[in-house]
Design a protein around this ligand. Structure first.
Ligand SMILES: NC(=O)c1ccc[n+]([C@@H]2O[C@H](COP(=O)([O-])OP(=O)(O)OC[C@H]3O[C@@H](n4cnc5c(N)ncnc54)[C@H](OP(=O)(O)O)[C@@H]3O)[C@@H](O)[C@H]2O)c1
Length: 285
């Protein structure tokens, strides 16, 4: 077993979350998606990251079925889209997720965006947690202020904040606040959809360690104690994004150098200003 497959982060409620997961954003084609997800599981990924708005729960379900693992050997994260002020809507939606994923529980349920009804969605997640239907709850794309506000007004502190975090978007204030409050950070687009290969420092490190540049970005996050969820539908990338992590270790100086690269200009999202579209497509079973 490679090092990365066995890495876990202990959430503040004691649940162990795999530190390396498989992202599924933009996986829409059933045949390609099922194959990729089954291949990811068979390669050693134990966490699958999906969301209601990705409209691919059914593809995740079939990927699991075609893999060599059972659902209870895997960790499924999915996300509520907070567009309703009615808590019942989220609980009904959750029932739909269970059917789509063919499961009777979710490992981690997170509120996808800090939109105005984020707190209502979070309260639904709290209720589902207390009912034993989800093993952990969290949020996504919350900045420091939004996290502070949420924590001060809810009963259960989020266990995870999933944020855009990569060499162009370090978000140190959010990471420091989360660490101080025992909230795990999961990074999305850690390898900037492969674009880290265009950064000079990454090219040099990739030559030094004889791995592709995306592996350098993924390892940088891992060594900082951050969870990662790289996505790929390409079999070779699915494998290297996981297996290359065991081949090398960055020095403290190299981690610091990457930390200092960010101008924060590469951020795709700003949680203060983001106005998101309502998911419009039909749900698929
Ligand atoms: N919470 C949120 O708001 C949020 C937002 C965005 C994403 N996410 C989650 O985070 C996951 C990761 O983010 P992401 O999918 O947007 O971006 P990503 O994982 O950084 O990049 C995925 C893209 O990079 C390519 N790629 C994968 N491995 C590569 C490699 N080794 N070398 C070069 N290119 C490579 C993939 O192409 P191929 O597939 O063609 O191989 C795909 O186009 C998502 O899938 C999703 O689960 C969450």
């Amino acid at each position: 077993m490679s090092e990365a497959k066995s890495l876990k982060i202990k959430l503040h409620n004691g649940i162990m979350m795999p530190q390396v997961g498989f992202g599924t954003y933009r996986i829409q084609d059933q045949a390609i998606g099922v194959k990729a997800i089954a291949h990811a599981i068979n390669s050693g990924y134990e966490l699958l990251d999906t969301a209601d708005i990705y409209r691919n729960h059914h593809i995740v379900r079939e990927g699991i079925k075609q893999s060599n693992k059972n659902r209870n050997e895997l960790f499924i994260t999915t996300k509520l889209w907070p567009v309703s002020k009615d808590i019942k809507i989220y609980k009904d939606d959750f029932g739909v997720f269970l059917k789509q994923l063919d499961t009777d529980y979710i490992d981690l349920l997170i509120v996808h965006w800090p939109l105005p009804f984020g707190k209502v969605a979070y309260e639904a997640a709290e209720q589902l947690y207390k009912e034993g239907k989800v093993r952990a709850i969290g949020v996504s794309n919350y900045n420091k202020k939004q996290l502070e506000e949420l924590i001060s007004s809810v009963e259960i502190k989020p266990m995870v904040n999933q944020i855009e975090l990569n060499p162009n978007a370090i978000r140190q204030d959010v990471v420091d606040f989360a660490k101080a409050n025992d909230i795990a950070i999961t990074s999305w687009q850690t390898m900037m959809e492969g674009k880290v290969s265009e950064l000079e420092h990454f090219v040099k490190l990739s030559q030094k360690y004889k791995v592709d540049s995306p592996a350098i970005a993924l390892k940088w996050a891992i060594q900082k104690g951050i969870a990662i969820i790289p996505k790929s539908v390409t079999p070779s990338r699915i494998e290297t994004n996981l297996n290359d992590l065991a081949l090398f270790k960055l020095t403290e100086e190299e981690i610091e150098m990457i930390d200092n690269l960010s101008t924060e200009k590469g951020m795709n999202v700003d949680s203060n200003n983001y106005i998101s579209p309502t998911p419009a497509t039909e749900r698929v079973f």
